[in-house]
Write a protein that binds this ligand. Structure first.
Ligand code: PLP
Length: 392
């Protein structure tokens, strides 16, 4: 038996996240990282979370430190109903919401509950690496669909649905990772229609929705979902703290029940204390002012990075996001962003080569830049280093 044959077929050929590997290389002291998707340290509300935690444990510690229900804290589920209606523009009730351990878990539960090995899943091209990793671990056939500066192309999507008969579409319609682009309203409506027409389940992943710095908020795909074919995933990672690991899933009752069963064997339940902290943010109206302050900071950082990009000769074009955490850029033909990365790290700046986000690889001259995790002087310094490196 070859050494590899010992391990599950599921994990054969699935490499660790390239980004997490790159982190190790780029985590040298002094390297400015535009690589990860971390919130700014200044945006992590440690003081408030510390006060809330102390109070919660003092008043309700015996409940919060005990095992909890897989379905989540009932009081959080109730607090999520008006939040979801206001923020994401669709109606649900407390029983239709499952608090989860980050939206990463929501997606894995959906794949557990809804797919079998060999099923086809459609994605944007490029798409979020964490999601493609989950697809591969579930042994799905990943079919990327042509996407443009407004997200998935509707003609390409309908062709792919007809051709591949997919079980699921995974999409990040708002401030997409890695491109930062946002799908316009008509495409959102059309996706809901296609889902109903072809009995396709849409997994709508929307962790960046509230991080809007310009333009007008758009309704979600779920808003148009009259046939209950959209499973919606939200997250508090980017708006409060990724370390809390709290997100939520909203989908039709039978599918939600199956996800609860899968969650029982996965982690039993999401940490009670963390759910209660998020609930306190919602009930005490702490989230809106926090998000407003974060948006002001990130909006200025985004403008600073866009301004630097517009002056860089080595960059052929780049996206102009209205929110989120990322800008995607195209270098000149023939310039390989992976090759350039080590040179950039030597100079003191890091990014993620775009090729990793394309399920079928290629697109070697692209890269993703994060602007949330560095303050303005750091962005200016890092972009000057990148400019030097790309000019060379
Ligand atoms: C599109 C997308 N979905 C989900 C996640 C992970 O969210 P969570 O921390 O809630 O698991 C990320 C994190 O980068 C992301 O970019």
């Amino acid at each position: 038996m070859s050494e590899n044959a010992r391990y599950s077929k599921r994990t054969q050929g699935v490499t660790g996240s390239a980004i997490r590997e790159l982190f190790k290389l780029t985590a040298r002291p002094g390297v400015i990282s535009f690589g990860g998707g971390n919130p700014s340290p200044a945006a992590l509300p440690d003081d408030i979370v510390s006060d809330i935690s102390r109070e919660l444990v003092a008043t309700n510690g015996k409940v919060l430190l005990q095992y909890g229900m897989t379905e989540g804290l009932p009081s959080l589920r109730e607090a999520l109903v008006p939040y979801i209606e206001k923020e994401f523009q669709f109606k649900t009730d407390a029983n239709g919401i499952l608090p989860v351990t980050g939206s990463t878990q929501a997606f894995n539960l959906l794949l557990d509950a809804y797919t079998d090995p060999g099923d086809v899943i459609l994605t944007e091209n490029p798409t979020f690496l964490g999601a493609t990793q989950a697809m591969h671990l579930h042994e799905l056939r990943v079919v990327p669909v042509e996407s443009d500066d407004m997200g998935l192309r509707m003609d390409a999507l309908e062709d792919a649905i007809r051709k591949h008969r997919p079980k699921l579409l995974y999409t990040i319609p708002t401030f997409q990772n890695p491109t930062g682009v946002t799908m316009p309203l008509e495409r959102r409506r059309k996706i809901a229609e296609l889902a109903a027409k072809y009995d396709l389940l849409v997994a709508e992943d929307d962790p960046y929705h509230s991080l809007r710095y310009s333009g007008t908020p758009l309704p979600t795909i779920k808003h148009f979902d009259t046939a209950d074919r959209v499973a919606f995933m939200g997250s508090f990672s980017k708006v409060i703290s990724p370390g809390l690991r709290v997100g939520f899933l909203v989908c039709e009752p039978k599918l939600l029940r199956k996800c609860v069963i899968c969650k029982q064997s996965d982690d039993l339940h999401t940490a009670n204390l963390n759910q209660a902290i998020v609930e306190a943010y919602l009930r005490r109206d702490l989230l809106s002012p926090h998000v407003a302050a974060v948006c002001k900071r990130y909006g200025e950082q985004l403008d600073c990075m866009l301004d630097a990009l517009s002056k860089m000769q080595g960059v052929r074009r780049f996206t102009h996001p209205e929110g989120g955490l990322f800008i995607f850029a195209w270098l000149h033909e023939g310039v390989n962003a992976t090759d350039k990365l080590m040179e950039a790290v030597e100079k003191g700046v890091a990014y993620v080569p775009g090729t990793y986000f394309y399920p079928e690889g290629g697109h070697d001259s692209t890269l993703r830049l994060n602007f949330s995790n560095s303050d303005i002087p750091t962005i200016q310094r890092g972009m000057a280093l990148l400019d030097e490196c790309l000019k060379a």
